[in-house]
Design a binder for this molecule. Structure first.
Ligand SMILES: [Zn+2]
Length: 116
C-alpha cells in the first residue's frame, strides 16, 4: 500500500502550493501517474481522501490520468509501448532501451473555486 504514502506527499505538496498562492478552496486535483509507478488508482484516491481530511483540500476530487509505459531503442531509434514490463525492443531485440514515459507522478492542474 505505497499509495497512502504517495497520497500524503501529493497532498503536502499541493497544500504548500495553494498556501503560496493564497487559494482557500480546491475542487479538483489533476494527477498524472506513470504505469511504472505501479499505482492502484482506487487506492490512491482512497489515500487522498484520508490525507485531505481537516485540510483546505477537504472535499477535493483527485483526477488521475494514467500514462502508459513507452520506451525508445537507441539501436534502431524506434519508440514503442512496453507491454507486460518486457523491456526489449520489439524490432531488433535490444535489451538496452530508454524509458520515455511511465515514471510520471506529478500534479498537472488544480481546479479552483473562484467563488470562495
Ligand atoms: Zn531496436
Amino acid at each position: 500500500m505505497h499509495e497512502l504514502a504517495m497520497a500524503d506527499s501529493i497532498v503536502t505538496g499541493v497544500l504548500e502550493e495553494i498556501g503560496r498562492r493564497g487559494i482557500t478552496r480546491v475542487l479538483a486535483v489533476g494527477l498524472e501517474v506513470g504505469e511504472l509507478m505501479d499505482v492502484v488508482p482506487d487506492s490512491l484516491k482512497f489515500g487522498f481522501e484520508v490525507a485531505v481530511r481537516g485540510t483546505e483540500l477537504a472535499g477535493a476530487r483527485l483526477e488521475i490520468t494514467e500514462v502508459p509505459l513507452t520506451a525508445e531503442c537507441p539501436g534502431c531509434t524506434q519508440s514503442f509501448r512496453v507491454e507486460k514490463y518486457l523491456f526489449v525492443c520489439p524490432i531488433c531485440g535490444n535489451r538496452d532501451i530508454n524509458v520515455l514515459t511511465g515514471k510520471e507522478l506529478r500534479v498537472t492542474f488544480l481546479e479552483i473555486d473562484d467563488d470562495a
